[in-house]
Design a binder for this molecule. Structure first.
Ligand code: PMV
Length: 331
C-alpha cells in the first residue's frame, strides 16, 4: 500500500524544499460537482470509485497566504480568527502540511480567507486544499506540471483536485494502485449564459462530513452497488450536453445524479440524510417553477444547501423568487 508521504516524496523528489519567497499568496475557486465523487477505493490516497465532473465558482473560493511561522508551532488564521490547535480544521490542515515540511520543526503561518461558508456543503475544503497546494508551490518554487498539483491537492480532499481551474473540470478515476493516474483536468468548453445560484439554507457545519458519509454509504448501502453505473451513464450524457450547450440535458443529468447520490446515502444503515425540511421545500419550489416554464435545476452536495442551475435569460425571475440567492456567472 502506498502512503500519502511516499506519494508526495515521489512527486517532489527533485524539487526545492527551502522557501524561495517570504510569503506566497494565491486563490483557488470552490467547485460543485455536476456528476458527484461519492465513494473511495483508497482512503489514504483519496482514490475515487468513479470519475466526476464539476464546475468552478469564479470568485467564490479561498484566498490563502503562507509564510514561515516565527514561533515553534503552526499559526492558522481562518477568516481573521486565530484558530486553536484542537480545532478540527487545524488538525486536518496540519496533517496535510506535515506532508510538505522540509523538516519536522518547520512551522507555517497560514492566513486563509474563505468566501464560501465553511463546511456547509459548499466545497470549502476543495478550494481550501487547492489554494494550499498552490501556495506551497509558490512558496517553495516547485516547477510541476498541473496534473501533479492536482494529484497533491487530492490528498487533502478528493474534490480539491478539481479546484485548480475555473470552468468545467473532469476528474478521471484512474486505475493504478499507486494513484498516479487519478487527477483532474480542465475541459475546453465554455458556457457564457450558464448561471449558478447559491441559496444558503444553513451555514452550520454539517453533522456527517462528506468523508464519513461516503465511507458509511459504501460500506452499508445496498443501493451503492449501482452507483458506478449511474455515474458512467450520466457522464456519457453530460459531456455532449456541455459541448453542445444543451441546458435541458445538463440540468436533468446533474439533478438526477445528485438525487441518486443522496438515495445511496439515505439507504445506508443507518441512513444519512443531508437535507433539512427547507431543502425539500426548496426542491419542490424548483420543480414548481420548472413546471411553470422557468428552466431551473438543482444539485446538492453533502449538506442541506442547494445550488441552482439556470440560464442568464431567467436571472431576473430567479432573483425575484429566491431573493437571498447569490448568482455566479462561471464563464
Ligand atoms: O472532497 P470531499 O471529501 O469533501 O468530498 C466531496 C463530496 C461531494 O461534495 C458530495 C461530491 C463532489 O464530487 O464534490
Amino acid at each position: 500500500m502506498v502512503s500519502a508521504q511516499s506519494f508526495v516524496q515521489r512527486i517532489l523528489k527533485n524539487q526545492p524544499d527551502e522557501p524561495v519567497v517570504a510569503k506566497a499568496s494565491v486563490y483557488a475557486p470552490a467547485n460543485i460537482a455536476l456528476i458527484k465523487y461519492w465513494g473511495k477505493r483508497d482512503i489514504l490516497l483519496n482514490l475515487p470509485n468513479t470519475a466526476s465532473l464539476s464546475i468552478s465558482l469564479g470568485k467564490k473560493g479561498t484566498h490563502t497566504e503562507i509564510s514561515r511561522a516565527s514561533g515553534d508551532a503552526d499559526e492558522i488564521i481562518l477568516n481573521d480568527q486565530l484558530l486553536s490547535c484542537d480545532n478540527f480544521f487545524v488538525t486536518r490542515l496540519q496533517q496535510y502540511l506535515d506532508l510538505f515540511r522540509p523538516h519536522p520543526q518547520f512551522y507555517f503561518s497560514v492566513q486563509t480567507l474563505s468566501t464560501v461558508p465553511v463546511a456547509a456543503g459548499l466545497a470549502s475544503s476543495a478550494s481550501g486544499f487547492a489554494a494550499m497546494i498552490l501556495a506551497l508551490r509558490q512558496f517553495f518554487g516547485w516547477s510541476l506540471p498541473e496534473y501533479q498539483l492536482s494529484l497533491l491537492a487530492r490528498l487533502g480532499s478528493g474534490s480539491a483536485c478539481r479546484s485548480l481551474w475555473q470552468g468545467f473540470v473532469y476528474w478521471q478515476q484512474g486505475e493504478a494502485a499507486d494513484g498516479f493516474d487519478s487527477y483532474a483536468m480542465p475541459l475546453a468548453d465554455t458556457w457564457p449564459d450558464l448561471r449558478i445560484g447559491l441559496v444558503i439554507i444553513s451555514d452550520k457545519a454539517k453533522a456527517t462530513s462528506s468523508r464519513d458519509g461516503m465511507l458509511h454509504t459504501v460500506k452499508t448501502s445496498p443501493l451503492y452497488t449501482i452507483w458506478p453505473e449511474v455515474v458512467a451513464a450520466d457522464l456519457a450524457r453530460i459531456r455532449p450536453a456541455i459541448s453542445s450547450r444543451d441546458f435541458t440535458a445538463l440540468g436533468e443529468v446533474a439533478e438526477g445524479n445528485a438525487m441518486a447520490m443522496h438515495a445511496t446515502a439515505l439507504a445506508a444503515r443507518p441512513g444519512v440524510c443531508y437535507s433539512l425540511p427547507q431543502t425539500i421545500a426548496m426542491m419542490q419550489k424548483v420543480w414548481e417553477l420548472r413546471g411553470s416554464g422557468v428552466e431551473v435545476y438543482f444539485t446538492q452536495d453533502a449538506g442541506p444547501n442547494l445550488k441552482l442551475l439556470f440560464l442568464a435569460k431567467d436571472s431576473e425571475v430567479m432573483q425575484q423568487v429566491f431573493s437571498d440567492m447569490v448568482v455566479i456567472a462561471p464563464f
